[in-house]
Design a protein. Structure first.
Length: 98
């Protein structure tokens, strides 16, 4: 099962995301090139969008926020996040099911 937006890194999963802040609602909307596109209702001000993204992914994946970490893209729409101790298959099922 090959997903260009998702890679395994040891026991962790790395997600490549394209973020659209300031959207009407927070949701996963499909692919944007090689990344999974996520719309966020939070504005891109003072890290609010990053905080909202971490909270949304933690809830969607059923993990604590402490297990979701920003790897790169703190001030960019293109972001990479690490989900600690999480399986690739579970991530695909939960994120593509949304």
């Amino acid at each position: 099962m090959s997903q260009s937006w998702l890679t395994a890194s040891g026991a962790d999963v790395i997600l490549s995301l394209h973020i659209q802040p300031g959207a009407k609602k927070t949701e996963v909307v499909g692919l944007h090139g090689e990344a999974l596109k996520v719309r966020l209702a939070a504005p891109p001000v003072d890290g609010k969008a990053n905080d909202a993204l971490v909270a949304f992914l933690a809830e969607t994946l059923g993990v604590t926020k402490a297990r979701v970490g920003l790897v790169s893209g703190a001030s960019s729409r293109a972001k990479r996040l690490r989900i600690s101790d999480y399986g690739v298959e579970a991530a695909v099922q939960r994120l593509q099911g949304k």
